[in-house]
Design a protein around this ligand. Structure first.
Ligand SMILES: O=C(O)[C@@H](CO)OP(=O)(O)O
Length: 249
């Protein structure tokens, strides 16, 4: 039996401000730093030790990984950064407040933008100063790989080649792997691993900073998964994420 650890970054400044974030490179809040410290302690106390760590090229995930490894006293762990683990690109919604957007367009439309499988949010334009093609970290990407918006389906399509070609072979060869990524890039992976339907993925939310353990068989089929955290707290955190896109009462 193999174990894979998935960790969504700790709370970011734009999680706190309830803004659509996507590829915007915001940092952790003090609470997010604490969440990452707690995640590291929990992993250490449960005897986890990683041979290799994967994360995105966004600092909220990178810093969460650093803090986690620091708490485990394993900062020497090899780390691989890849844009394919980035958050889903939220297009023109990036920067907007989620509750205000729901006020303007309705809870139903925001739920579709946030959680439907194949609907893309409105696109950013390539002349936008936030266009990722202008950012040096994406300079090696082909133009057709640089998103202006993404549905979860698009995120699955760019995440899976990295899973299939890089991460899965490492796990098969016996390496202990942690992936520190984002709410929607991890939903993309979980949809694939658990074969969740396009419909059911709509209700799936991942809390920040709580390690999610996947036990996999030799074919990397999930046997079971569980969070390293108290059930009520995990459920409350998932509920909070689900409600971020609703008009506040
Ligand atoms: O804003 C985002 O990029 C994501 C993750 O924080 O949010 P949501 O949960 O709305 O998909």
């Amino acid at each position: 039996m193999k174990k894979l650890v998935l960790l969504r970054h700790g709370e970011s400044t734009w999680n706190q401000e309830n803004r659509f974030t996507g590829w915007t490179d915001v940092d952790l809040t003090p609470k997010g730093i604490e969440e990452a410290q707690t995640a590291g302690k929990l992993l250490r106390d449960h005897g986890f030790a990683f041979d290799i760590a994967h994360t995105s090229v966004l600092k909220r995930a990178i810093r969460t990984l650093w803090i986690t490894l620091d708490e485990m006293d394993r900062m020497w762990t090899p780390v691989e950064l890849n844009w394919r683990l980035n958050e889903r690109h939220y297009g023109a919604l990036q920067g907007l407040n989620k509750a205000e957007t729901a006020q303007q367009y309705g809870d139903e439309q925001v739920l579709i933008w946030r959680r439907s499988y194949d609907t893309q949010p409105p696109a950013m334009t390539a002349d936008d100063k936030r266009y990722p093609g202008l950012d040096p970290r994406y300079k090696d990407l082909a133009k057709n790989e640089i998103p202006l918006t993404e549905s979860l389906k698009d995120t699955v399509a760019r995440f899976l080649p990295y899973w299939d070609q890089v991460i899965a072979p490492q796990i098969r060869s016996g390496k202990n792997v942690i992936i520190v990524a984002h709410g929607n890039s991890l939903r993309a992976l979980i949809k694939h691993l658990d074969q969740i339907s396009d419909q059911d993925i709509l209700n799936y939310n991942i809390p920040t900073g709580i390690p999610l353990i996947y036990e996999l068989d030799d074919d990397l089929k999930p046997i079971q998964n569980y969070y390293l955290g108290e059930t009520a707290a995990v459920e409350q955190a998932m509920f909070t994420v689900a409600n971020q896109g609703k008009v506040k009462a």
